[in-house]
Design a protein around this ligand. Structure first.
Ligand code: ATP
Ligand code: MG
Length: 395
């Protein structure tokens, strides 16, 4: 028995007072975007404070659920069986068949029937309908027992112009619909952390844009393609994003030539932040996002982060700041980024990395080293920005 509608449960956005309709409108349009990627025709609707996705043609159940389960703001998805009203007996039989279909003929569980009557001319009231259906189910299944307080299975039956029956709930990703919280610029490398960081900020309703620094010929075309692939993976949740690909080779070589090697990573990171901030300001982003986490590497000690931060005026969001690597890996796996992230292509930071990077850089000494770059750095930054390639990434 194939369900043709999906009741969309949304949590956090339900409590937003006056802003509620903005959140709901955004959720509707994000659901519409999501179903566009699924073969078939669908209709997204709102009825009495509830949201439904209804299939208007044949469709692939798994593909649809996959798409819906990536829409931020969705807490749960309940597939709904839609029945014509053909009398109580027909309804009872359909419900029995459906329960068999979902839970198996020998289901062993406690249950209750939740009935709602939106159409008042139905011959039974909600209580009577729930009791009568409950009785039929008890007769049909040997190992079902009623528990109205903490049932393992809830069978919802709603009498409208048609009859809705639903019992399963598939978890959504939670969060807020993308587009309700502005836009931010993700520094996206080919590693494990930054795609996860982008996912997490996007989950709070933030649209993303991304920037990647590569260093050809030291980093390959395949390393770049890996970042494009990761942006695509994140965009399945965040929606389409622009990806700015900055050629960082000249700047890196110049830093390598002029600055103490134990400070390379920090100085490089500061210029990355500056360039990222340029593109962020250009496109109205309200912050930068990185995948940093305290103490993970030398450039991510609190002292290093403070020095990196100092070049930016925009807030820098670091959603992984308190996470252990394994916790990050778990999310990376959950969003299907991990297999791509661990592909062994070189990264511009790993090529120019020092053997013993500073872990407690002082801002003063870093700024002093940067004065060695005075002659050419402004021109180089300008060139890097002008030669940046921008791609439109679609899920
Ligand atoms: P990741 O797994 O995200 O690459 P990492 O553990 O390798 O992180 P670093 O290489 O120190 O850590 O980078 C810290 C953060 O700086 C990254 O999470 C990312 O946000 C940003 N970053 C590093 N390298 C690049 C790059 N080549 N392009 C864009 N952003 C980068
Ligand atoms: Mg990295």
């Amino acid at each position: 028995m194939k369900e043709t509608a999906f009741l969309i449960k949304y949590g956090e956005i339900g409590v937003k007072g006056k802003n509620r309709h903005i959140f709901e409108d955004t959720l509707v349009s994000q659901l519409q975007n999501a179903v566009k990627r699924v073969e078939g025709e669908f209709h997204v609707s709102r009825e009495n404070g509830r949201m439904y996705v209804t299939a208007c043609s044949d469709y692939d159940y798994d593909d649809l659920l996959e798409a819906l389960s990536k829409v931020f703001g969705v807490v749960g998805i309940c597939p709904v069986l839609i029945l014509e009203d053909e009398g109580f007996d027909a309804l009872a039989e359909s419900v029995i068949a459906y329960v068999k279909d979902v839970y198996g003929a020998d289901v062993h569980a406690t249950f209750k029937v939740n009935a709602r009557r939106a159409r008042k001319n139905y011959p039974m009231n909600s209580m009577e309908l729930a009791a009568a259906l409950g009785e039929r189910l008890l007769d049909a299944f040997e190992n079902l027992t009623v528990d109205v307080h903490e049932p393992e299975i809830v069978i919802n039956v709603e009498i409208r112009s048609h009859i809705n029956v639903y019992t399963k709930e598939i978890a959504g990703p939670g969060g807020m619909p993308v587009g309700t919280a502005g836009k931010a610029m993700l520094l996206l490398s080919g590693g494990i952390d930054s795609p996860v960081a982008g996912y997490m900020i996007s989950k709070r309703g933030v649209r993303l844009e991304a920037v990647y620094f590569h260093a050809p010929p030291y980093t390959s075309e395949r390393a770049k393609q890996k970042v494009v692939d990761l942006a695509k993976i994140v965009s399945r949740y965040s929606g389409p994003m622009k990806l700015h690909i900055v050629n960082f080779t000249e700047i890196q070589l110049y830093i390598y030539e002029k600055c103490p090697h134990d400070q390379l990573t920090i100085i490089m990171r500061r210029y990355m932040m500056k360039i990222a901030e340029h593109f962020a300001n250009e496109s109205g982003c309200l912050g930068l996002i990185t995948g940093e986490s305290i103490g993970q590497v030398a450039s991510q000690t609190m002292a290093s982060l403070a020095v990196t931060n100092e070049v930016c005026e925009l807030p820098v969001y670091r959603p992984l700041i308190g996470f252990d690597k394994q916790e990050i890996v778990d999310i990376s796996n959950k969003i299907d980024a991990y297999e791509t992230s661990i592909l062994p292509f070189e990264d511009c930071c790993t090529i120019f990395v020092a053997k013993h990077p500073v872990t407690k850089p002082s801002l003063k000494s870093i700024v002093k080293s940067e004065t060695h770059l005075q002659e050419k750095i402004d021109e180089m930054l300008k060139t890097a920005i002008e030669t940046t390639e921008t791609l439109d990434i679609e899920p």
